[in-house]
Design a protein around this ligand. Structure first.
Ligand code: NAP
Length: 491
């Protein structure tokens, strides 16, 4: 691929709508305000987007409510075809969308491209699911009565997404909502609104009727979404983000007993048994740790490695991590971009300092990188003591702490010692052990001998404080459907 020029960078940013999408029209914020979007690799402002007021958010909900009945009555095939056309357009524009994503979020362009295709896959998957919303017909066990079961769109939804996967986290909510016949208001993270605005424009061009998808970008998430959650016309909130904010939203949503999907934080254990293929485990670790610069809910947060292979694993992992090229995601050959902002880099640095202070050793990395942008060196820590904070907290950065174990029960107990339960990774060549361990892990997903679980055809989601609800798979559309049953008397 030829080098990306500043003119190309400017042109993709210029091509994105910067206003609010309400009722099929792009509008300025009613208060006239804007908020700046920055490039995390330089700290420079990329552009300004509209800063919605609470009144704008309410106008978006009004439009979603007004569009709901017609949209629910739109033939499923038509809803699916709109998603299919969007999928094709997103894929056709993957390079441009990848560059846009890298500029606002920081990850290398090749990784952004992978996210664009991953996001597109949800649109394709749910274009296929739109026509498979089925019900049941049964005779009551005692005879006489018949039971008709149907699944209907839940109604207007509020979709709140985080900055770490600016397109995919939205696509895996919008895809099933559109397929199910729900209308929606989307609130992307203020740090990365551009990818979502670009997707919304593509969906409009693909024929999505006005009011079905409304997008409000805003400096104050709580001020804009709060009144919507308090409005009884809203029927569903789907949130991806931190457990802390998820908890607040659940409390708020209890007022109207709002239907919820919560995709929250993680603290994924990566367990390597003594019978594992160590090279394959290192390969898997690179993906599980370094995808998205470590800023993924699915990121391997702690490596539990059998004492007999810990030195070999740590040495090989450190060699691979230390060889990674760090830099602006738009530059050729760069494998690790900046962290999203200085707060995030500060949190990562504090967690590493805490571990070092308690006796861990930095085999590679261990500090922030000088210069502009929020860069942190890929880091492997050995000899991490059990009380180090980074074993309990989500690191969200390129840091791999290694701890050892000596038997299977100890490994499982350590892996489950967290309030989170999103995903775990296990490396073993013993089939019996693999099945035992997969069954005993308290997570919604397991990567067995591989470091990646994400797939549009699979149910993504957690247990414990990682949340509830599933995105993707045949399960994903259920989040946007209500079951109704009719009892029918037959004489
Ligand atoms: P966050 O701070 O919880 O923010 C997520 C979204 O919620 C953003 O759009 C944010 O808006 C909004 N928000 C923040 N406070 C709010 C409030 N009081 N009311 C309504 N909305 C509010 O999380 P983040 O830092 O963006 O994302 C990282 C977290 O997301 C990590 O914990 C990660 O594990 C989790 N995550 C989970 C999954 C999953 O599928 N389980 C996937 C990806 C990420 P602003 O940003 O505009 O303030």
């Amino acid at each position: 691929m030829s080098a990306i020029t500043p003119t190309q960078e400017q042109s993709v940013v210029e091509s994105v709508p910067k206003r609010l999408l309400i009722g099929g029209e792009w509008r300025e914020a009613s208060g006239g305000g804007t908020l700046a979007v920055e490039d995390p690799s330089t700290g420079a402002a990329l552009c300004e987007v509209a800063d919605a007021t609470p009144q704008d958010a309410m106008a978006a909900l009004d439009e979603a409510c007004a569009a709901q009945a017609d949209w629910a009555a739109t033939p499923p095939r038509e809803r699916g075809e709109i998603l299919r056309r969007t999928y094709e357009r997103v894929v056709a524009r993957a390079d441009e969308l990848a560059l846009l994503m890298t500029l606002e979020m920081g990850k290398p362009v090749a990784e952004s491209r992978a996210e664009v295709l991953y996001a597109a896959d949800f649109l394709r998957w749910f274009s296929e699911e739109a026509v498979r919303i089925e019900g049941r017909w049964a005779t009551a066990p005692a005879g006489g009565m018949r039971m008709l079961t149907m699944r209907q769109p839940v109604g207007p939804c509020l979709l709140i997404t985080p900055w770490n996967f600016p397109l995919a986290m939205g696509a895996r909510k919008i895809g099933p909502a559109v397929a199910a016949g729900c209308t929606m208001v989307v609130k992307p993270a203020k740090l990365t609104p551009l990818s979502m605005l670009a997707l919304a424009e593509i969906m409009q061009d693909a024929g999505l009727p006005g009011g079905v998808l409304n997008v409000v970008t805003s400096r104050s998430a709580s001020a804009t979404t709060g009144p919507l959650i308090d409005d009884p016309r809203l029927r569903k909130l789907s949130f991806t983000g931190s457990t802390e904010v998820g908890r607040q939203l659940m409390a708020q949503a209890s007022r109207h007993v709002l239907r919820l999907s919560m995709e929250l934080g993680g603290n994924a254990p990566f367990v390597v048994f003594d019978d594992a293929d160590v090279d394959a485990a290192v390969e898997g670790a690179m993906v599980a740790k370094m995808r998205n610069i470590g800023e993924a809910c699915t990121a391997a947060n702690r490596f539990h490695v059998h004492a007999s292979v810990a030195d070999a694993f740590t040495e090989k992992l450190a060699a691979r991590m230390g060889a990674l090229k760090v830099g602006r995601g738009v530059e050729d050959g760069v494998q690790v971009g900046p962290l999203i902002d200085d707060d995030q880099r500060g949190k990562v640095a504090a967690l590493v300092d805490d571990a070092l202070g308690r006796g861990a050793t930095a085999v590679v990395g261990g500090s922030a990188l000088d210069g502009r942008g929020h860069f942190y060196a890929p880091t492997v820590l050995a000899g991490v003591p059990g009380d180090a904070s980074l074993l309990r907290e989500e690191i969200f950065g390129p840091v791999a702490p290694v701890v050892t174990f000596t038997d299977e029960d100890e490994a499982i107990a350590a892996a489950n010692r967290t309030e989170f339960g999103l995903v775990a990774y296990v490396f073993t060549r013993d089939l019996d052990r693999a099945i035992r361990v997969v069954e005993r892990l308290e997570t919604g997903m397991v990567g067995l001998n591989q470091g990646l679980v994400s797939n549009a055809a699979a149910p993504f989601g957690g247990v414990k404080q990682s949340g509830f609800g599933r995105e993707g798979g045949v399960e994903g559309i259920d989040e946007y459907l209500s079951v109704k049953y009719a009892a029918i008397r037959v004489g």
